[in-house]
Design a protein around this ligand. Structure first.
Ligand SMILES: *Cc1c(COP(=O)(O)O)cnc(C)c1O
Length: 392
């Protein structure tokens, strides 16, 4: 028995190397990777530009403290700001840290703004924001909270899509509305674009901030750099992570100048956040995502993926119910247990991720082309056709 703490139920697979959209096990088997480390390997495995950047940087400088200027970090922040609604970026190392920092920044904004009583957050049912005390309290998933009480105070949850309930939940003590534009862990539930626009309007009307969690759906996943762009709105604060490091542990929260005004020297910190190694890789990922035409190609291929998966799913109504999602974030809602479907996909040579609401999640690298899509659809077909015959 291993000394690794048993917090994960693990599949019996060990990988040795990855190349593009494929992973290879230690015993030589090849898998089409439509899990991508849960939306992390955004530009595929062993992308030559990322490998070279990491190797070059590793030979020069790994880490210095944020007590010093880090030119690559400055450059990455400037580029992220330039490409988004944000003016300011704070780097950390994971999604939960990005959310934790973003939540802190919301409270601090109102503190700096002369409304220190605005400390509460309105959150939405079905979201996932990480596994820290504050982020499990934000999401209010009973399974994640169980045995970890008392829950952190300050979170008021409303149901998904219900604007009346949301308005009613906002009080003079509310600091921000917190929302995940495409719920990933919750079962790949995309928000209606009108709902997103309404969140922006309601935040403005009540003088609260809009904090978006784009840890999973950001960084090109939906075919735009950030998912909220589809609605034509801008948040005040946003958390990102997963795909932004392409496999290097990295997160960030981004804010407008106004929303960031409370975050003055000494208010927040991270030893590792945005260190030279991380910042070099983050810039390399952004080089790919911002390349001329890259996101257009992601969007085009995502539409092909959607159409073909939808057709395949419709052929086996006893196995698959429907599909949903946005861009290269597709959920197959299953009739049979989604966990079994994920295992059957694996046996057929494709990795996917289970999600809430009996969904199997497809999160391919953004770099896939039509040949990978055809391969995935063939596996979805094969598993659908053979379901119950004992050789799925
Ligand atoms: C994965 C995820 C997080 C947490 O990220 P970690 O890096 O695991 O801490 C937060 N929010 C969303 C939407 C996520 O998908």
């Amino acid at each position: 028995m291993s000394a690794v703490m048993s917090t994960y139920g693990r599949y019996d697979l060990e990988f040795e190397r990855g190349e593009g959209a494929y992973l290879y096990t230690t015993d030589g088997r090849r898998f089409l990777d439509f899990a991508a480390g849960i939306a992390v390997n955004s530009v595929g495995h062993s992308h030559p530009h990322l490998v070279k950047t990491l190797q070059d940087q590793a030979a020069k400088l790994w880490h210095v403290s944020n007590l010093y200027n880090i030119p690559d970090q400055t450059r990455l922040a400037d580029r992220l700001a330039e490409a988004s609604f944000a003016d300011k970026v704070f780097f950390c190392n994971s999604g939960l840290e990005a959310m934790e920092g973003a939540l802190k920044a919301c409270r601090r904004y109102h503190f700096a703004n002369g409304s220190p009583e605005r400390t509460r957050f309105v959150t939405v049912e079905g979201s996932f924001h990480g596994r820290s005390f504050a982020t499990i309290a934000a999401a209010q998933n009973e399974k994640h909270l169980e045995g970890f009480g008392p829950a952190v105070e300050g979170f008021d949850q409303v149901s998904f899509g219900n604007l009346n309930e949301l308005r009613a939940a906002i009080t003079p003590e509310t600091a921000a509305i917190v929302f995940e534009p495409v719920q990933g862990e919750g079962g790949v539930r995309p928000a209606d674009l009108d709902y997103l626009r309404s969140l922006r309007e309601i935040a403005d009307e009540f003088g609260v901030l809009l904090l978006l969690d784009e840890v999973q759906c950001g960084n090109g996943r939906t075919g735009k750099l950030f998912a909220h762009e589809w609605a034509g709105i801008k948040p005040d604060i946003m958390a990102i992570a997963k795909g932004i490091g392409g496999g290097f542990p990295m997160g960030a929260f981004m804010a407008t100048e106004e929303a960031a005004k409370g975050m003055v020297p000494g208010t927040h910190g991270s030893t590792f956040g945005g260190n030279p190694l991380a910042a070099a890789v983050g810039n390399a990922v952004l080089d790919v995502l911002l390349e001329d035409g890259f996101l257009d190609t992601v969007d085009k291929n995502a539409r092909i993926l959607w159409d073909q998966v939808a057709e395949a799913v419709a052929r086996y109504p006893d196995v698959y119910e429907s599909i949903r999602g946005a861009g290269m974030m597709i959920g197959i809602k299953c009739v049979v247990p989604a966990g079994d479907v994920v295992v059957a996909f694996q046996k057929a040579g494709m990795l996917t991720v289970p999600a809430g609401d009996n969904v199997a999640r497809l999160l391919p690298p953004l770099t896939i082309d039509e040949s990978h899509i055809a391969e995935a659809v063939a596996i979805i077909d094969q598993v659908g056709k053979n379901w119950g015959s004992g050789d799925g």
